[in-house]
Write a protein that binds this ligand. Structure first.
Ligand code: ZN
Length: 199
């Protein structure tokens, strides 16, 4: 099977997940302008953790977790943040890639659909972006923080909405977390930036 075929299978699994999570369906329509981008693979040391330590999936997410594990060697993994911003330990246990979006393996300008992984015992510092965001948890669990809202532990199937420029952060405990994240609105190609100032 080619990388394109594996990535297409993962995209199909992501579409099925989007279809079965009501909050995801409500957040955005599945893009209808998707085009294959032939983006080169880029591995990071942390990307192997998606294979070795994905965390337990839940009802309905196992197929997507497996499809994402099948493309670990095919995708363009990114860090975005620097060791100065988040620390080297964080970078050694964090990775993400853009499955679909303005800079994704499948190009769309209607949404941004990314996969993010955090190992156990990490704190993802407070950050923000102009696009609205919906996290969906695929495996493991994490504690989600957002300005103006109560903290919430999310397990597979759990979702969290972040509004435009609403600062948010995340903590993992004993488990890692694997997420499928949707962006909508303006700034789909912009990186998140660390929030300046106290909560
Ligand atoms: Zn975010």
């Amino acid at each position: 099977m080619s990388a394109r075929a594996r990535l297409t299978a993962a995209l199909d699994a992501a579409r099925a997940w989007h279809g079965r999570v009501p909050q995801a369906r409500d957040f955005c329509a599945w893009p209808d302008d998707l085009n294959w981008a032939a983006r080169a693979a880029h591995r990071l040391p942390s990307s192997s953790l998606v294979l070795s330590t994905p965390g337990a999936p839940g009802a309905g997410s196992a197929a997507l977790v497996k499809a994402l594990q099948d493309i670990v060697g095919d995708v363009e993994w990114r860090h975005t943040y620097t060791a100065e911003e988040v620390g080297q330990h964080f970078l050694d246990h964090f990775c993400w890639f853009e499955l679909a979006g303005p800079e994704g393996h499948f190009i769309t300008h209607q949404a941004r659909i990314t996969v993010g992984y955090w190992g156990p015992g990490l704190f993802y510092p407070r950050h923000q972006h102009a696009a609205e965001e919906l996290y969906t948890v695929l495996s493991g669990r994490a504690l989600f923080h957002a300005d103006g809202e109560a903290d919430a532990w999310l397990a597979p199937g759990g979702t969290r909405l972040h509004l435009a420029n609403q600062p948010h952060a995340m903590t993992t405990g004993e488990d890692p977390v694997l997420t499928l994240v949707f962006w909508r609105g303006t700034g789909l190609a912009d990186p998140p930036r660390m929030t300046i100032g106290a909560r």
